[in-house]
Write a protein that binds this ligand. Structure first.
Ligand code: MF3
Ligand code: CO
Ligand code: CO
Length: 270
């Protein structure tokens, strides 16, 4: 079974810092997004804001990825490459920001949201709101002694009950000094199975939810992942750490006034 790195309080402090930077960068994009912008414009905003904060955009040159952020529009599931594509009223776009702070141990913060461009159709709103809730459901499963399978099981049950499907081919991942490490965090699964969680483990939860079937295809640019049936897809992602009684979200923006920690509550329902 895949192991996971347990981070020290000092390391978690650095993860908190870089996580907040990634989240602030995403919030900056959210505040500026409007119809007529291109996904390359989003890339420029992310790239500049990251450098201004003495950080590095982790996607740039990662396994040859050619940009500083992933922008995934409509039927694109993930790993969309920013381009001169103009965003139109009614589009949905997932913006996935990962920052690294070299001066603070080289830790990573990874977070994404699917944003509405103008006014969404009812179906677009459905898949986006299901995906948003799936991330919250996943977060609410995390506690020491719990299993990784609890996260996937809860997400899959909700998404399928809402008539959507969960992408299998891409998962959440351990994160720290490396961008993608163990464990693999599946967004489907069986409760009570998989790795047992311990305080200090850090990983992402990032369910990709399709309006139609879960099968995906790759475009021949080598990166873009699309739904095989052409249906809309949405995703939300946080980087988290397991705490003594639940979870702390490391990728909330500095403007966030709500709680950053959630105490595990087995009676919680969405
Ligand atoms: N940020 C993505 C994730 O959540 C990974 C993007 S890899 C890239 O894991 F190379 F496409 F940037
Ligand atoms: Co990730
Ligand atoms: Co990401």
């Amino acid at each position: 079974m895949a192991k996971a790195i347990v981070h020290s309080p000092k390391e978690i402090k650095a993860l908190r810092r870089v996580g907040q930077l990634a989240a602030d960068t995403l919030a900056l994009v959210e505040g500026l997004l409007k119809p007529g912008m291109t996904t390359a414009d989003i890339n420029a905003i992310v790239h500049e804001h990251t450098l201004e904060n003495d950080a590095r955009p982790a996607p740039l040159n990662y396994k040859g990825f050619p940009a500083s952020v992933c922008t995934s529009v409509n039927e694109v599931v993930c790993h969309g490459i920013p381009s001169d594509r103009v965003l139109e009223d009614g589009d949905i776009v997932n913006v996935d920001v990962t920052s690294v702070l070299p001066a603070r141990g080289g830790f990573h913060g990874d977070t994404s949201k699917t944003l509405y461009v103008g006014e969404p159709s009812p179906l677009a709103r459905h898949v986006v709101e299901v995906a948003r809730t799936c991330l919250e459901i996943g977060l609410r499963q995390v506690r020491p002694g719990g299993h990784l399978g609890d996260i996937g099981a809860a997400i899959q049950q909700y998404a399928e009950a809402k008539g959507c499907s969960v992408v299998r081919a891409y998962t959440g991942h351990g994160i720290g000094r490396t961008f993608h490490g163990p464990p693999t965090v599946s967004h489907t699964g069986i409760r009570g199975t998989g790795l047992r969680l311990k305080k200090g483990m850090t990983f992402t939860i990032e369910p990709m939810i399709n309006l139609g079937h879960w099968e995906i295809d790759h475009l021949d640019d080598g990166w873009t992942v699309v739904t095989r049936d052409g249906s809309l897809s949405a995703q939300f992602e946080h980087t988290i750490v397991v705490t003594r009684d639940g979870v702390e979200i490391l990728t909330l923006p500095s403007s966030w006034e709500g709680p950053r920690r959630i105490t595990y509550d087995p009676s919680w329902t969405p």
